[in-house]
Design a protein around this ligand. Structure first.
Ligand code: THU
Length: 167
């Protein structure tokens, strides 16, 4: 038996005002779109803004449903729209933030496992890291260089595309 250690690097900014301008601008867009989330059940509004390599910005927010699993997170709303509109353009970075109308969020929101997996697909598709910016309503902002850092030991197409077994 041996033990392997998996580690990830997170850049911690004390507050949003300290971010480099490009990142701050994208985060502002995520904050704006969070306010239009459709979240009558959780009252938790999430916003995501994706910057693409061609400079386009695509935003999305969470869309809930009375049949709960039919809803979708902000990150996937944005990522699927970005990929549908710009199928050949890699994602440069994604900013994710949230507003909880019941309790101010003073720490960075953490994307759910499904969204990490969905975003990883685009990182792999283009073989280009997607930078991640995570914030709450106040407090620290996290910047992470790659989706891989948020999803170690992940399941990817490498497991499926095994040339040896393909007919
Ligand atoms: N939510 C997101 O939009 N993104 C995440 O990464 C975590 C959760 C949404 C889903 C649901 O509408 C609400 O937040 C509460 O879970």
């Amino acid at each position: 038996m041996k033990i392997i250690t998996l580690s990830s690097e997170v850049q911690v900014y004390e507050r949003a005002e300290e971010l480099p301008e490009e990142l701050a601008t994208l985060l502002k867009k995520a904050k704006e779109v969070a306010l239009s989330a459709y979240s009558p059940y959780s009252h938790f509004k999430v916003g995501a803004a994706i910057m693409l390599n061609n400079g386009a910005v695509v935003t999305g927010n969470n869309q809930e449903n009375a049949a709960y699993p039919s809803g979708l997170c902000a990150e996937r709303t944005a990522a699927f729209y970005a990929s549908s509109q710009y199928p050949q353009v890699p994602f440069t970075r994604i900013a994710i933030t949230a507003v909880n109308s019941e309790k101010e969020l003073s720490q960075p929101v953490s994307p759910c496992g499904n969204c990490r997996q969905a975003l990883l697909e685009y990182e792999q598709k283009f073989n280009q890291n997607i930078e991640v910016i995570l914030s709450g309503q106040t407090g620290e902002v996290f910047v992470i260089k790659s989706i891989k850092d948020l999803l170690p030991c992940s399941f990817t197409a490498d497991f499926l595309l095994n040339n040896d077994v393909c007919p």
